[in-house]
Design a protein around this ligand. Structure first.
Ligand code: BJ8
Length: 425
């Protein structure tokens, strides 16, 4: 990575602490990612993005701001990129996936808080993440209690806006979310000084749908018997989708998929035939949380799909571009976003239907239900999911694990035992 010290300093980054983070990431990445055999050539781009994780993209955000434009950060797949893009505001995903940020987070939130929230608070309050410090606005949402309280803490530090997400899916909830989108549009106009018109929203709906299509193409390739890409690599691409430039991301993902198409035609797989095909379902995995995928794929399994927010929930279903007026567009956006089946909704029966559908489409052998510690919505929902999967004869095991690598050996033992059960079915 080039020298970005001046840029980081201008963003008020704690350089000493940040150096410690920059030191560990390359080794960690190399062990988990670069050690894989037979990776597609198209992963070179994504390797470069990681090697420049706090460099190139931060410089692009800085250039954008220097041209008088704004950058916002968000933490959830319910925050619509389409409205941000229509205001020429860059939206970057800020969920944080390392326990490096926990000590700073624990100064503000209880130790027994979801690791994702704790890390996000720590990254901002400790000034160790240049993405947070490149944002003119942070946008939260009312999904879970941990997040709602975290917004109040971050609000003291920076400009914070919260979208009120309904927790049920009745007609009035769709209308209420549509109204929220209108308020969010006004906030973005205030922030950017740019008017959001129906034409601009139309263009951005098209662009974001293209991004979803590229990700869907990648995921569809993982339905083949011959797996052209590892689950780890697919996860990385989904994670990068949250902060990369959308046009470049679409191009590079489609180029990679061209190569993967070729691999599929040649019946070329990165795993041997007896590898157990696993659907991972549950809470999101923010960069650099690659632990579970790494353990699965070094214990005789291959992850063939993620029913998570860093997976199918991020890209499935498109926004209709039929609307000609802003009012119609808010409704179309609300229809797509309210269709996401997050455990923060009650009831949330659509999620288990998604799990069963994806399990079948991806020809999985079993489901690993993943939850971060202290995430009550996802851990409680496991019981309901398991009951339905049992009825369908779908094997499932639950893994609750945070960001620390200390339990990696234990996880490996548990997963090997699960794969043996799958083998003997
Ligand atoms: S749509 S999963 S991104 S809320 S894991 S912070 S729920 S305690 S991240 Fe999420 Fe949006 Fe739902 Fe997806 Fe809370 Fe659970 Fe932590 Fe979570």
């Amino acid at each position: 990575m080039a020298d970005y010290k001046d840029l980081w300093q201008s963003l008020n980054i704690d350089l000493e602490k940040h150096d410690q983070l920059c030191e560990v990431l390359p080794k960690f990445y190399s062990e988990i990612y670069l050690s894989q055999e037979n990776r597609p050539k198209g992963m070179d781009y994504f390797n470069m993005v990681v090697s420049e994780i706090h460099g190139l993209r931060i410089k692009e955000l800085d250039d954008h701001r220097k041209q008088g434009n704004k950058v916002m950060g968000s933490f959830c797949v319910f925050v619509p990129d389409e409205l941000a893009l229509a205001a020429n505001v860059i939206n970057v995903g800020l969920c944080a996936g390392s326990d490096f940020w926990h000590p700073d987070g624990e100064k503000y939130v209880p130790q027994n808080t979801c690791p994702l929230v704790k890390a996000a608070v720590g990254a901002k309050m400790g000034n160790t993440c240049p993405y947070f410090n490149s944002c003119d606005l942070l946008v939260g949402e009312t999904t879970c209690d941990s997040k709602k309280k975290a917004w109040e803490i971050l609000d003291k530090e920076t400009d914070m806006y919260v979208i009120d997400l309904p927790q049920m899916k009745r007609e009035k909830d769709y209308e209420s979310f549509s109204d929220e989108l209108k308020l969010f549009k006004e906030k973005l106009e205030d922030l950017s000084g740019n008017e959001i018109t129906a034409n601009k929203v139309k263009e951005s709906i098209e662009l974001v749908n293209e991004k979803r299509k590229a990700l869907k193409r990648l995921y569809d390739l993982r339905k083949n018997e011959a797996l052209p890409i590892s689950g780890k690599d697919a996860l990385l691409i989904s994670q990068i989708a949250f902060y990369d430039d959308p046009k470049r991301f679409i191009q590079m993902t489609n180029e990679l998929c061209d190569e993967l198409d070729q691999r599929v035609s040649n019946n070329e797989s990165v795993f041997s035939k007896d590898t157990k095909r696993i659907l991972v379902s549950g809470t999101p995995m923010a960069v650099p949380n690659w632990k579970l995928h790494h353990v699965i794929e070094s214990s005789g399994g291959a992850v063939v799909c993620e029913e998570t927010c860093t997976g199918s929930r991020y890209f499935e279903n498109y926004v209709s571009n039929e609307g000609e007026t802003l009012e119609e567009q808010y409704k179309n956006l609300a229809n797509r976003y309210m269709g996401i089946n997050c455990a923060c909704f009650t009831p949330n029966n659509g999620r288990v239907d998604d799990i069963i559908r994806l399990y079948k489409e991806h020809k999985a052998d079993g489901v690993v239900y993943f939850t971060l510690p202290f995430c009550q919505t996802y851990s409680t929902e496991y019981k309901l999911v398991k009951e339905k999967l049992d009825k369908e004869g779908i094997p499932v095991t639950m893994i609750e694990t945070g960001y620390s690598l200390e339990d990696a050996g234990q996880l490996k033992t548990r997963l090997e035992a699960f794969f043996e059960v799958l083998e003997n079915r």
